[in-house]
Design a protein around this ligand. Sequence first.
Ligand SMILES: [Zn+2]
Length: 961
Amino acid sequence: MILVIDWSAIEAKWRKKWHDEKYFEAEPSSQKKFFVTVAYPYPNSPQHIGHGRTYTLADVHARFMRMRGYNVLFPMGFHYTGTPILGMARRIQENDVELIEAFKTLYKVPEQNIKEFAEPVKIADYFHQEIKSGMIEMGYSIDWRREFTTIDPVYNKFIEWQFKKLKSKNLVIQGSHPVGWCPKDQNPVSQHDTLGDVEPSFTEYILIKFRYDKYIIPTATLRPETIFGVTNLWINPNVTYKIASVNNETWIVSAECARKLEFLDKKVKIIDEINGSDLVGKKVKVPERNEEIIIFPASFVKSENGTGIVMSVPAHAPFDYQALEDIKETNNIDQNLLSLIKSIVPISIIQTEGYGEIPAKEVIEKFQIENQNNPKLEEATKELYAKEFYGGKLKQNTGKFAQKTVADAKEEVKKWILQSKNADILFELNDGPIHCRCGTECVVKLLKDQWFLDYSNKKWKDDAHLWINEMKILPEEMRGEFNYVVDWLRERACARQHGLGTKLPWDKDWIVESLSDSVIYMAYYILAKYVNKKQIVAENLGDEFFDYVFLGDGDSKKISLTCKISQDLLENIKNEFQYFYPVNARHSGRDLVPNHLTFFVFNHIAIFPKKYWPEEIVVNGSVLMEGKKMSKSMGNIIPLRDAIRTHGADPIRLAILISAELLQDADFNLEAVRGIKNKLENMLEECSKYKPGQTKNLEQEDRWLQSKLQQLVLEITSAMEKMRLREALHYVLYEFDSDIQWYLKRTESKRRKDIAGTLHEIFSARVAMLSPFAPYIAEEMWEKLGNAGTATKSLWPVVVENKIDAAALQSENLLKSTLEDIKNILKVTKISPKRIIIYTSDSWKTKAYQKILVSVIKGEMNIGVLMKSLIADMDTENVKKDPDFVKKTVNDILSEPVESREYKAKLGLVEEKKILLEIGSLVQKEFGVGVEVFAESDPQKYDPKNKARTARPFKPAILIE
Ligand SMILES: [Zn+2]
């Protein structure tokens, strides 16, 4: 009979119980607490499968910690701030057919609601409810009493307080700084605003001003100190350049560069054009050097990079060196020009240990680069740059910078030539082009007189580094990336002119942007519960309230009067904050590392005392659909609630978690979902077979299974602690099976009837460990097992040391491996067995084995040394007759896990023959023949093929006829 499981009925049943009995409502208590949060969703469209990963990971974490005895708080809010919702509303107002169709058919939004979507808040409210329902249906163990949105009036007060605090510490500053910018929207852009959710970052280049006639020809470089080594310029002869008045000078730059300069607050006026080819062969003056160099043609120069003209430093830039070599080989070039090119001698200006006169040439030879199209040129450049930057010193031909390190000189040269007006600054977007959600290509704009969070602040940066190096980060490999982000972050525009959100308290024309009002809101979850009960009212709240609750500053009596809150209530709120803070684990997708997660660390450091800084960040990768990226254009987006209805919440949770460890991309595919569903249904059926009770006489296989359980509990717990959920889940779902199968095989062959008790114990532990992953079906299994209470409230299994029976482990392993060997022989020889004979090794071999084992554990594996000591001992001197024995035994030992080596050493000599007598019934059942077991030394043994002498300890010899 096939058991038909009604997944949605099971989900509804347990969801109701959890809700009715307030399972997830966390209040301060005497228990240890664990506060887990996850980046709140942005409700401008419903959740799809891809969103499910981070929340599911956090939920598993929350449930695991609850089972370990922690008082876990796992809350959720909704992020309304910012422009994407406005953009969505605008598209509805403009009657965007594609968007309206997607709402109707994909997300099944009722027509009446779509009409209301012209109003941004209606969009947010609708999808807020939709997302929340999905989270409840997924079984997330959230304390919903603490829900809020970022446009709630008390939240606005909270953000105002946050910003006043930052300003009082000079961390919000007014100034002119570069930002990523959408020219159409006239707004700064961050990750939320760009297509493909890219965080715009940019690099500062130094423009070196070369002079030609009355013109300035600027080139962009990251290495201003190399002006002393410039030998020529490169220009693209096929590009038409602009002659433009830039402030009060006349510049020659590419059209793209002229546009970039406009956004960097320069007065740019195009006067004329000039072909690149017309500039080839012309001489330009090098600033600060009073020398002239020539412009050479180069098709590799791209008009969109820098100014579209580059300077050439062949001694230190592998690319320039190779380009000069390549151009010497071309024949379609003017002969006069060619002889000029051939006369160029690289100017060496940096001395670095390990390099000679022309380092660029040396790395090119080392990387075996033969022309400028070789992709290894990039690598060669990086290597040389790093070596010179950290280990190089400037030579005598660099004037007053001689003897300085490159690292020092870089900044000094920059200052020096900027001061003499022989240089300027250009900002370029990294990894461009980046597009705004409106489709416009983003630029870097120098934003004037605006409000910035000063992430350039040295002290703030240093503190952030220190804390990032101290806090827990999972997976560990992300730590470097966080440090890297802290380094490159600089002033960040923190306010916008449009969008939902909180007004800047001192300048009401501005709205705090979405990646700045979402950095310390975890503290707000404490308030939200009281706000929702209407015990806190926005209009009564002043900054002193937040100072008191979050920082413990001020006089509660006074604050109680001004904020119209009873002193008791004020105390309760403060105590609750002090109980739950800091955040113990923050979960988020990897895409938020370069912004949100790093800002989260920065802002906690700025506002809270150290004891409230976040303890841990957990970062995860994204989700693929059947191996492909999920996107609207691919048509492979599955709304989460649809998927729950079709497949059930638990199978979806497991399918997302089991395909990848934290940082890898998970692959959601329907085959995996079906497989998991089957697996869970089979487990449920198994559970109804075993009721609580004790197996009275524990036999070897019972003790073995209990020992294996202890080992699994240890493995699974340690995987869970590192959030290696894929690994943990594999143990729970599959590793148990092979152990249980062996146990069933053993007990069946012995015709035992008293096994329910042992299996009940194993299944109960297994279901408990399944429950954080698949909470609904685990409850159902728990009930079927006849256990009291619920799986959710059960305790996480712990290892019981005295249930680990080393002898049982060793004996059963010997039986398993011997049975396996018999199977393999039969498979290879393809004979149908009539007689099976097993020979156990001679007693000198078991003694020698023990001696070798002890040596290997101590780290002594030298065959000669082992041999010598064995021969010296009368008990083991027989090893002389079998010189291969030592090497083979060392290999046998090394192929075993360390733990089992130790068990074996602890147990000492064992009687294999006695253990192997138990194999008879197994072999009989499996192959239909009996087994005879002989000792190698038995003079009466049947051994026509002289096999017995090949027996080794734990590797008996086998003869099959
Ligand atoms: Zn735009």
